[in-house]
Design a protein around this ligand. Structure first.
Ligand code: PEP
Length: 257
């Protein structure tokens, strides 16, 4: 059975308790749009407050450490996220890769730790503008993804039921630029082929592949109707219930065909 479109908000380093009212409004709206699965990843400090109040949406984190605990000042483990009510974690976001020099091998360790803690994982990949201009986008994204997929279990079923991939061209994040529909479709087809190669036809077809990069209510309908686009990872437009749920609504409509 095809999975519902998955619309995930990445609040990045935005949000104090004053923003809980937006989370509540998103949750209320999500209860009216059950054809779409809606989730938000606020800063760590808001995971538990959102979890306590939300009835419909899932709450998750934007990163985790790969170890369960220890002398890692300032870090948070996957088990701590789960303890706070988090249900998933975004890993390998390009801002983590750039600002914290995270490499594929480290992201793979984090993904394994997250699955071990019972979290779902949204694994991000994407190319820079230069890589795309040089004609190397597909090769780059496939290499990045292959090197960061979790090992967790030899049984693909254990991994794919908790795994989502997000394709986010770096040059489209927060810039207002989006990839063309053809480029999105081509990249998602390549990612699907890779997932099938790794996990087999049955399981590799089950993983949702999200698109991320300046998704807004105005462009969501077209992007979300593209083959192999199973939802969206949304930054800026997820900060208000109005714009975020505008995207969820478009996702529901694209489902109806
Ligand atoms: C993101 O940060 O994952 C993202 C897609 O941001 P934006 O929607 O603002 O481009």
């Amino acid at each position: 059975m095809p999975l519902r479109p998955y619309i995930v908000g990445n609040w990045k380093m935005h949000g104090t308790r004053a923003m809980l009212s937006e989370a509540r409004a998103i949750d209320r709206a999500a209860q009216r749009h059950m054809k779409v699965e809606v989730a938000i990843a606020p800063p760590y400090t808001l995971i538990h407050p959102v979890h306590r109040e939300a009835e419909q949406i899932a709450v998750g984190a934007q990163d985790c450490h790969h170890e369960e605990g220890g002398a890692h000042t300032g870090d948070i483990s996957a088990a701590m996220i789960a303890d706070a009510g988090g249900k998933f974690v975004i890993l390998g976001h390009s801002e983590r890769r750039q600002n914290h020099k995270e490499a594929d091998a480290q992201i793979k360790l984090k993904a394994d730790a997250a699955l071990t803690a019972g979290l779902r994982v949204i694994l991000c990949c994407g190319e820079s503008e230069k890589t795309r201009d040089d004609g190397n986008a597909v090769a780059h994204v496939k290499k990045q993804l292959k090197a960061s997929l979790p090992q967790f279990s030899d049984n693909p079923e254990d991994v794919v039921e908790k795994l989502t991939v997000a394709y986010e061209p770096i040059w489209a994040i927060g810039t207002g630029k989006t990839a063309t529909i053809d480029d999105i479709g081509d990249m998602h087809a390549e990612i699907r082929a890779l997932l099938i190669k790794v996990y087999g036809e049955e399981h590799g077809s089950e993983v949702r592949i999200l698109y991320g990069g300046s998704v807004k209510p105005e462009n969501a309908g077209e992007i979300l109707s593209t083959p192999e686009v199973g939802g969206a990872l949304v930054g800026g437009a997820s900060l208000t219930a109005d714009s975020f749920m505008g995207i969820a609504l478009a996702a529901g409509e694209s489902e109806e065909g």
